[in-house]
Structures are given as structure tokens and as C-alpha cells.
Design a protein. Structure first.
Length: 179
């Protein structure tokens, strides 16, 4: 076993596989293998997968830092897994018509732009550590997606709160990069 293949990287890899599985439960409800399933079960399974994946997001970072298991592979896998999970959630919500397309467009535009900015910053030898607002952004996005998957009240409000925090976080990255 190589040093890069550790528990945090395994958790991030699991999250990568959970993202399309969650999306499948959200968008492929007419698949013949689901014959006889009640509509609510798709929400429950997608929601459960999303919660489990979100928990791995917390633990892979916590374990990597606490056990001194941060690796270059983990620096790639963790943000990739995060983006795949969020993308799967947002695409599923759009297909199900449970989320505002403009809100999702704003969030995903920020994500792509900041990812590109981070690549440029790394190429220039600049630090691209996550900010507190970036961590808060991720949590609020996760909560909003969870609420929208389950069709709970306040889901749309949480989505717009996620938009505001996401845009502010993006502003912070740009500001810090320009310094």
C-alpha cells in the first residue's frame, strides 16, 4: 500500500463513487428495476447517499490533518469529490425541477471560475488554502441540497443563502489572489 492510498483518500474516492449513485436515484426513477417503488423512496435513498457522502467530506479532511496524512493525491481527490457531489446534486435538482436554475448557474459559475483561479495560483507558486467562508459555503450548499432533495421547507431559501455565501467566498478568493 502506498502512502497516498490512505483512509482520507479512500473516503474521498468513496465520495466520487457516491455522487453518480445519488444522481441515478434522483433522475432515473422510471428505470424498470425500480418498478413498484414509491416516489418518496428515491428521495430517501438519494438523501441518505448525500448525507453519507457529506459526512465523508468532513472526516477525510479531519483525519488527513489529525493523522498527518495529507497527500498530493488527496489535494486533488478531495476538491474533485466535493465538486462531483455538488454537481450531481444540482443536476438532479434541476432535472426534478426542485431548484432555481439561475441560482445553480451562479453557484456553478463561481465554482468553475475559482477552480481555474486556484490552478493559476498554484502554477504561480501562490497558496490556495481553503478559507473559512469557503468551508461555510460548502456546508450551506450541502444543507440546501439536502433540504431540496427531501423537499423540506426552506430549501429554496437555503439555496439562495448558499448563492450569497458562494459569491462572497469567490470574492475572497479573488481578493486574496490579487494581493
Amino acid at each position: 500500500m502506498t502512502k497516498s492510498f490512505n483512509l482520507p483518500n479512500s473516503l474521498a474516492t468513496a465520495r466520487i463513487f457516491m455522487a453518480p449513485l445519488m444522481l441515478w436515484f434522483m433522475v432515473d426513477q422510471n428505470n424498470p428495476i425500480f418498478t413498484g417503488w414509491h416516489e418518496s423512496w428515491f428521495n430517501y435513498f438519494a438523501g441518505l447517499i448525500f448525507v453519507l457522502a457529506s459526512i465523508t467530506d468532513f472526516f477525510d479532511g479531519y483525519i488527513a490533518r489529525s493523522w498527518d496524512q495529507m497527500t498530493k493525491l488527496g489535494a486533488i481527490l478531495d476538491p474533485l469529490a466535493d465538486k462531483m457531489l455538488m454537481l450531481a446534486g444540482f443536476i438532479g435538482l434541476l432535472v426534478l425541477d426542485r431548484a432555481n436554475a439561475f441560482a445553480i448557474f451562479l453557484i456553478l459559475s463561481r465554482e468553475f471560475f475559482i477552480t481555474g483561479l486556484r490552478v493559476v495560483a498554484v502554477a504561480e507558486g501562490k497558496s490556495v488554502a481553503s478559507t473559512l467562508s469557503g468551508k461555510i459555503k460548502t456546508v450551506v450548499q450541502m444543507v440546501a441540497i439536502g433540504f431540496l432533495i427531501m423537499q423540506w421547507p426552506l430549501g429554496e431559501t437555503l439555496l439562495w443563502l448558499a448563492v450569497a455565501i458562494t459569491l462572497y467566498s469567490g470574492y475572497e478568493y479573488i481578493r486574496d489572489y490579487m494581493k
